[in-house]
Design a protein around this ligand. Sequence first.
Ligand SMILES: C[S@@+](CC[C@H](N)C(=O)[O-])C[C@H]1O[C@@H](n2cnc3c(N)ncnc32)[C@H](O)[C@@H]1O
Length: 208
Amino acid sequence: MPRVRVHQHVNPLAPYYRFTPKPLEIEKVFARSDLPLFLDIGCARGRFLLKMAEIEKDWNFLGVEIREPLVEEANRLAKEANLTNLRYEFCNATYSLDKFLEKLPAGILQTVTIQFPDPWFKNKHAKRRMVKDKLVETVAEYLKPAGKIFIQTDIDFLAEEMFAIFRENTNLRETEISENPFPVKTERETAVEEKGLPVFRRIFEKIK
Ligand SMILES: C[S@@+](CC[C@H](N)C(=O)[O-])C[C@H]1O[C@@H](n2cnc3c(N)ncnc32)[C@H](O)[C@@H]1O
């Protein structure tokens, strides 16, 4: 089946995307809701999580993505692969990740990834970038003690901007890393690697 066609970018500030999602009911989406939870924010077509879910059967994988047709396609592929530890949801993470997670207990997230988010190069579009104070606060709240957030991008100014926002949260400890710690690369990471571009990476670990 051909890949679903979508706009390359959508404006997360447009009224259509400023919706309040239905809160996630974890028992309804995973066969075993007690497994450690891995959240990928801005998962696009979800192929990274699809492979991770095939490899790590003792984890649950949740992807959130603002382009709805990609979410539908990714859930279809997860179903075809009989993966009951994988789910994708339509969510504007910058605007409403807190509402989406509100039925979950604090400390449920074991790992969070933000990989190659859209840079929105022009200054007048900076407000559309994904990582903002509120998103960091939500992620830190739902992260387990010693849980980790992995962030990577090939855009230097965006790396500095995102790392600075995460650094402001004193519950998190920053570590610079040179390699992706997971056995799978995202589509964007593979493309960046093929071009030989540098990638800026950090882990932020919840310390309190
Ligand atoms: C450049 S792509 C990278 C996709 C994937 N993480 C990768 O590394 O291949 C960024 C993704 O984030 C999604 N995105 C952008 N803003 C978002 C938001 N506010 N909430 C959820 N997803 C968002 C975009 O639609 C896009 O799929």
